[in-house]
Design a binder for this molecule. Structure first.
Ligand SMILES: [Zn+2]
Length: 464
């Protein structure tokens, strides 16, 4: 019955999604009372106006976040998603804000992440309303406006409005993600006294972000009678065993050698899929006669971090059955003979505690006078498979797709972490091409409608 109603709304749904995709809602500077700029503002207004037209109550919290609400009851069930998008980037076949339809697919930034699903969710709720299906819980569709750059909108909501008893976010993948590892990002900083070795470090630099495996790192060393041939020997071993490429070049100044290491990039949540160029550079430097503190530090880093992606050498190799191993990524390095800073990104299993992890890390770092700074932490998310939310989402997914409603554990963080009692549910189906944040982002009309139907069934099941 709901599915049929949604089929009748098909053209309306497509039209509404296209309208919103045509609004370029990329984060911009605040203008007046528009905290994230004009594009995001217009996108939020479009969604809230549409909600009003569909007959819902709406609220705009100071242009930071807004929601549509329907029904009565003490408890509230929520669908959480976002209307901001990442910049379009290059390489598009069709205009990124054209919302053109080709071969049954709507193309444009935000079609899948996350405007298509969120405008779609309004129609899921609209179908329930049109059919007068009885609900015990109120339902809110919450529109975040800052998911791609810090989730400030939802934080604003959490501080001043009602927290749902349960909900889902259609901003990741199906079936259901009920476990997301804790994420710890921090800076390791080490200061040095003067160098007194035969070979000295001039600078070291590598990586682009803590959550990306660096595919490139470089350093320059210098010293009297430095010999490039001798230095070549040390490269071979690393290249053979670790599958990295090392290039040595004579520097512009006398007795300078530039070292360049090439690896393979990967996402920080799956560091085992990459080849860490910084680890290779540290390994190389640890083999040279860099005396003094810098040399000792390279040896310490190679011995305790090395190429490991599970934190074993640092004694933080945590594991649980729900979400597997801790992952460790050495993302960036930047420094010279006075100071070296590194950014690391750790994703720890959902049943483990932040304080235990931090205590172990400090135990390892403090004897070396390494400071742990600029700590950013996102606690793990774990919803027990026995909870009503999980059981009912599984039931709906199975009924609607005839597929196994497997529960997923991931190392990445979804929007679900922004608010309590929420798990990620859709919109990408298993095996589907992942075009999120890519050029030619699109959603097929078939999958858009399928998503609206699944969300409607899930909302009804959990609010009735
Ligand atoms: Zn998203």
């Amino acid at each position: 019955m709901i599915d049929k109603k949604i089929m009748e709304m098909k053209n309306e749904i497509i039209q509404a999604v296209r309208e919103n995709v045509m609004i370029k809602s990329v984060l911009a500077d605040q203008i007046g009372d528009m905290p994230f700029g004009e594009g995001i503002q217009r996108s939020l207004e479009h969604a809230l106006n549409l909600a009003k037209e569909l007959g819902f109550r709406t609220k705009n919290l100071d242009n930071m976040v807004g929601y549509a609400e329907y029904g009565e009851g003490d408890e509230m069930f929520a669908v959480l998603g976002h209307l901001d998008v990442v910049p379009e980037g290059d390489g598009w076949t069709y205009p990124p804000y054209g919302a053109e339809i080709h071969n049954g697919k709507i193309y444009g930034r935000g079609t899948l992440d996350d405007k298509g699903p969120m405008i779609g969710a309004l129609f899921s709720l609209s179908a329930i309303k049109e059919l007068n299906l009885p609900l015990k819980r109120r339902v809110r569709i919450i529109f975040g406006t800052n998911e791609e750059s810090g989730s400030k909108g939802v934080k604003y909501y959490v501080e001043r409005d009602e927290i749902p008893v349960a909900g889902f976010t259609p901003d990741a993948e199906y079936p259901i993600i009920n476990a997301e590892k804790g994420i710890l990002t921090c800076v390791l900083e080490k200061n040095f006294e003067k160098q007194n070795g035969k070979i000295k470090l001039d600078y070291i630099l590598g990586g682009t972000a803590p959550n990306v495996v660096p595919d490139y790192a470089e350093a320059a060393i210098y010293g009297e009678s430095i010999n490039i041939k001798e230095l070549m020997e040390a490269c071979k071993e690393i290249e053979m065993v670790e599958n990295l490429q090392i290039k040595l070049e004579k520097g512009d100044k006398d007795n300078y050698i530039n070292i360049k290491v090439f690896g393979l990039s990967a996402h920080g949540s799956t560091p085992e899929l990459g080849k860490n160029a910084i680890s290779g550079l540290i390994h190389y430097l640890s083999l040279l006669e860099l005396d003094g503190e810098v040399g000792k530090y390279m040896t310490f880093l190679h011995k305790n971090i090395g190429y490991e992606t599970d934190g074993k050498g640092l004694c933080i190799n945590l594991y649980d059955n729900v979400s597997g191993k801790l992952t460790f990524n050495l993302g960036t390095i930047n420094g010279n003979a006075n100071k070296i800073k590194m950014e690391i990104n750790i994703r720890y299993p959902v049943t483990k505690k932040y304080n235990d992890l931090m205590a172990k890390l400090e135990e390892k770092m403090s004897p070396m006078n390494i400071k742990i700074e600029d700590i950013r932490h996102k606690a793990p998310l774990y919803v027990n498979p026995d909870e009503e939310l999980i059981k009912k989402l599984q039931k709906v997914y199975k009924e609607k797709t005839s597929q196994d409603p497997t529960l997923l554990a991931i190392g990445g963080g979804t929007y679900a972490k922004a608010m309590k009692n929420i798990v990620a549910f859709g919109p990408v189906f298993p095996g589907e091409e992942d075009v999120i944040h890519q050029p030619d982002e699109h959603i097929s009309i078939e999958n858009l409608i399928k998503n609206v139907q699944i969300m409607a069934a899930a909302i009804y099941e959990l609010a009735k």
